[in-house]
Ligand binder design. Structure first.
Ligand SMILES: C[S@@+](CC[C@H](N)C(=O)[O-])C[C@H]1O[C@@H](n2cnc3c(N)ncnc32)[C@H](O)[C@@H]1O
Length: 329
């Protein structure tokens, strides 16, 4: 996924409406998790590829940040299970657990355990939760391209202040009320400038829960995601839609994957507030450059070169952020 807003169709201010107006946050949540929602009916591989599906390079880097003595890796929002499938061969002595609201992917290696669980963005809680996924000491909890899918409020500047953006069933937009007090405080701290923005508060909450659980057991949490920092937030925000391999118009109909980049500095602050240390905050291009090549024949070396090129190219996966927090040992 790339984070550039689609050039067309432009949002239509409320002239023609196909249904009831709701905040984007409410509409996005229903479009993602309702009975006909995208994540209730679709699988990631049917619509886009992520870096862990390209080859084993990301998994090799992930294996390198497992805490010393760590005996369990949990992939949160594990999707089609690509990361865990690569880790099976690299970490044969480590328990591997996939967590996702969807069912276990068919054909996933039997050495990988799977927990169906759902994180509710409205309450900030899981049904089961990190402490119920595994009891292993010093776990590594990984959220690879998960946080950007968690629905958040979309806001637009109107006169001098932020207002929520509302949407109808067809994707037409209009300016709504002022954001809730917590969202206004988040915007004032993390995204004060710009024409449009997304309020990352729900991602901060979700991330802090993972970090807290990891640190309590001497472990770490790793987020790998599209994002931005203060000073380089896109003026028009990063909210967009994907479907069937292409960028689409953002319509809350459950047929497209709605996504927005993660404010990685806000995420880092939320993790540190749990007592964790920040061990790494760096673009993927730099993280993967440090991973050595395994010995390979000519064909293997060629495959590896093209995998590394795709995963480090800035217009593909190279500008994903890696945020590692937790126990320093
Ligand atoms: C973009 S896919 C990423 C899959 C995988 N991590 C990868 O990088 O290929 C996001 C995954 O998160 C899951 N997901 C989204 N929201 C969730 C939630 N609130 N609770 C649990 N799983 C969720 C979806 O079912 C989907 O499998």
């Amino acid at each position: 996924m790339v984070l550039h807003r689609p050039p067309a169709p432009a949002p239509t201010p409320g002239s023609r409406t196909g249904g009831s107006w709701r905040s984007w946050r409410a509409a996005w949540t229903e479009a993602a998790y309702g009975p006909d929602g995208f994540w209730s009916t679709q699988r990631p591989g049917g619509h886009f590829s992520t870096g862990v599906g390209v080859g084993p390079l990301v998994a090799e880097a992930v294996a390198g940040v497992v805490p010393k003595g760590g005996r369990v890796v949990v992939d949160v929002g594990a999707g089609d299970g690509h990361l865990l499938s690569h880790l099976v061969h690299r970490l044969p002595d480590v328990a591997l657990v996939g967590v996702d609201r969807r069912a276990r992917p068919p054909g996933l290696d039997p050495r990988v355990a799977w927990v169906e669980d759902h994180h509710d963005v409205d309450t900030g809680r899981w049904v089961v939760g990190p402490d119920g996924w595994t009891e292993g000491a010093a776990p590594l909890l990984v959220a690879h391209e998960w946080l950007d899918d968690l629905p958040v409020a979309v806001v637009e500047r109107s006169a001098d202040d932020w207002r929520e953006v509302e949407v109808d069933d067809d994707g037409h937009e209009r300016v709504g009320p002022a954001p809730a007090a917590d969202d206004r405080a988040w915007l004032a701290r993390w995204w004060p400038e710009g024409r449009r923005a997304e309020v990352g508060r729900a991602r901060d909450v979700a991330w802090a829960a993972l970090v807290r659980s990891a640190v309590r057991r001497g472990g770490r949490a790793l987020a790998v995601d599209y994002g931005h920092e203060a000073g380089s937030r896109p003026a028009d925000g990063t909210f967009l839609a994907y479907g069937a391999g292409r960028q689409r118009a953002a319509v809350p109909d459950g047929r497209v994957n709605l996504t927005a980049g993660v404010a990685v500095d806000a995420l880092g602050a939320a993790g540190e507030a749990t007592g964790a240390a920040t061990l790494l905050l760096r673009p993927q291009a730099k993280v993967l450059t440090a991973v050595p090549d395994a010995p390979a024949d000519a064909l293997g070396a060629l495959v590896r070169r093209s995998e590394r090129a795709a995963l480090t190219a800035l217009d593909r996966w190279g500008d994903l952020w890696w945020l590692l927090q937790g126990s320093p040992t």
